[in-house]
Design a protein around this ligand. Structure first.
Ligand code: EPU
Length: 341
């Protein structure tokens, strides 16, 4: 285990921010992580900030990181057991998410196909209950193992323990910065149940002339849709949706709809409506905006991009201007989805 000083993080965050970490190390097992945490305490640095990095695809560094960055590289995919309908598959937190999804599809295990091509690693999937095209991981989640940083104990969390919500879990709220996710077990279907009603998937399958899709067909459709709208972080720095889709009371939605007939909203239980933030940001004129190297993606207004040399502060300032503009145009509060470091 090597502990490095002033380590460059540019290649380890999908926004491509050119920042460094005071200390940096990689771990590929719970034992290695425990050894690193011990070492950090022995050096008297336990009070410094700690960041456990996965794929680096959902964060924005605003400055150099003055603490310890530990990169989670716990790998491995293991079939734990199966019954007539389900197979229980455990994946190391450091496995690439898309690679894991493809592996499952290759074996005919259904459930994750709508979540193809989401950047990042397996460990982040429960952290923010990743979702796309009508499916969220909470629908397939079985349990996870996580190391409690303070005590070093490894604990198991079932779906009830995780308090999943829209892009939320207990690891982002009550237990924030207290646990490191080691591996995640998913419960996948041997007889897949497809979710193709999401408009874009339906159209994509129809255009390809596919009447009776397989999980592979659905995954391919999702991949094509994502590639057509979302910038590839390997080419243009970004962290996917920068904001969450905000929820407003039905009454507010109705009055917004009178002023803006095209507004996009999805009804939720309890007289609430989830608004498409991409629509709001586009309607406020930001789509395709660029100042220096910080911009709003021209094909998906919910995605902020770094065209090369934008700083974290440039991207954050742009996000702040967007928040204010949406507040004054629609009286709606946007919340950032990306973790600001
Ligand atoms: N829209 C616009 N203009 C835009 C972007 C979107 O008018 O620039 C409208 C679209 O026309 C559509 C609606 O907004 O009517 C929703 O757009 P889209 O289907 O692209 O999805 P989204 O709500 O913008 C969410 C997730 C994505 C996920 C897609 C597909 C959030 C914050 N984002 O985006 O997740 O891929 O649905 O399910 O919930 C991510 O979290 O990083 C992410 C990419």
């Amino acid at each position: 285990m090597e502990i490095l000083a002033n380590y460059p993080l540019k290649k380890l965050n999908s926004f491509g921010m050119d920042v460094s970490a005071h200390r940096f190390a990689r771990f590929s097992s719970a034992d290695e992580l425990q050894a690193l945490l011990r070492h950090r305490r022995e050096q008297g640095e336990a009070a410094l900030p700690l960041l456990v990095l996965g794929g680096g695809s959902n964060l924005l560094f605003r400055e150099n990181f003055s603490g310890w960055v530990l990169k989670n590289e716990i790998g491995g995919v293991e079939e734990l057991h199966e019954d007539a309908d389900f197979v229980y598959v455990r994946a190391g937190a450091g496995e690439n998410w898309h690679g894991f999804v493809q592996y499952c599809i290759g074996r005919g295990w259904g459930g994750l196909e709508n979540l193809s091509l989401i950047p990042g690693n397996v460990g982040a999937s429960p952290m923010q209950n990743i979702g796309a095209y009508g499916v969220e991981i909470k629908d397939l989640f079985w349990d996870l193992r996580a190391l409690h940083i303070e005590s070093g104990r490894v604990e198991t969390f079932t779906v009830g323990d995780c308090h999943f919500g829209y892009r939320e879990s207990v690891f982002k709220t009550k237990l924030r910065n207290q646990y490191v996710i080691l591996d995640v077990t998913y419960c996948l279907r041997k007889k897949p149940v497809l979710h193709t009603s999401y408009g874009a998937i339906h159209q994509e399958l129809e255009a390809a002339g596919i009447g009776q899709p397989t999980i592979r067909d659905v995954a391919d459709a999702v991949i094509r849709i994502r590639q057509s709208k979302l910038p590839d972080p390997a080419v243009i720095g970004n962290a996917g949706s920068f904001f969450k889709n905000p929820t407003v009371p039905l009454a507010q939605f109705n009055s917004l709809q009178q002023q803006h007939p095209g507004i996009v909203g999805y009804p939720l239980p309890g007289d609430k409506v989830k608004l498409a933030a991409g629509w709001l940001i586009e309607a406020a004129g930001w789509k395709g905006y660029r100042k220096g190297d910080a911009g709003v993606h021209p094909r998906q207004a919910l995605v902020l991009v770094n065209y090369g040399h934008a700083t974290g502060a440039d991207i954050f300032d742009l996000s702040e201007q967007i928040v204010q503009s949406i507040r004054s145009a629609f009286n709606v509060e946007l919340e950032r989805e990306v973790n600001i470091i």
